[in-house]
Design a protein around this ligand. Structure first.
Ligand code: VGL
Ligand code: ZN
Length: 198
């Protein structure tokens, strides 16, 4: 079961969006072109309530990209993004969404962020994606999407921990690079954990 996992290919992560990933839009045609090679296509969708604790706007006196502690965990503060049922949370225009068999929303708990498509950042609650994939016989995942240094990275690390073999298709990923080099470090971290980067 060749499986393609699309991470957060949503309007707010494209140029012009609330949390724009440089060149995020460029991956859309690349991802569409990859789709015919796969038997199963699954997507994650960042899907926050408006009062989410990762939004700087919900912490008076704090700024975007600052680090705080949220429920005892380090948290980067982000612009308001991917709010449930807003245009910014929609999949990128032009993405072939008809081929997506199942969408796993994440980040709905206002008290904790969820970069990975499998678990929240505290590994407290699961999205159900691991069981869903395993019940369909999936053993290997090819991962694409946004952003390389956040949601792609943490999804890949969890996938490896969950026992999946993982391939990251770098030409169909882009990252934030809040600190220059973050994307390269994320790719190195994923490779070190056992992912094949191509
Ligand atoms: C993401 C930051 C906050 C991502 C989501 O999709 O990589 N990054 N929420
Ligand atoms: Zn988010």
């Amino acid at each position: 079961m060749k499986t393609l996992l699309l991470i957060d290919i949503q309007n707010d992560f494209l140029p012009g969006g609330a949390l724009a990933v440089p060149e995020g839009d460029l991956i859309v045609p690349v991802v569409n072109d990859l789709m015919p090679q796969f038997d199963l296509i699954v997507a994650t969708q960042d899907w926050h309530p408006a009062d989410h604790g990762s939004f700087a706007a919900n912490h008076p006196g704090r700024s975007v990209f600052e680090q705080i502690e949220l429920e005892g965990m380090p948290q980067t503060l982000w612009p308001v993004h991917c709010v449930q049922n807003t245009g910014g949370a929609l999949f990128a225009p032009g993405l072939n969404t008809r081929s997506i068999a199942k969408v796993f929303p994440k980040g709905m708990n206002a008290r904790i962020d969820s970069y990975s498509g499998f678990f929240d950042n505290g590994h407290r609650a699961a999205t159900g994606m691991s069981e869903w994939l395993k019940s369909r016989g999936v053993t290997e995942l090819s991962v694409v999407g946004l952003a390389t240094d956040y949601c792609v990275k943490f999804t890949v690390l969890d996938a490896l921990q969950e026992g999946f073999r993982v391939r990251v298709i770098a030409k169909a990923c882009r990252g934030v690079n809040l600190v220059p080099g973050d994307v390269d470090r994320a790719l190195a971290d994923m490779r070190e954990a056992g992912a094949v980067i191509e």
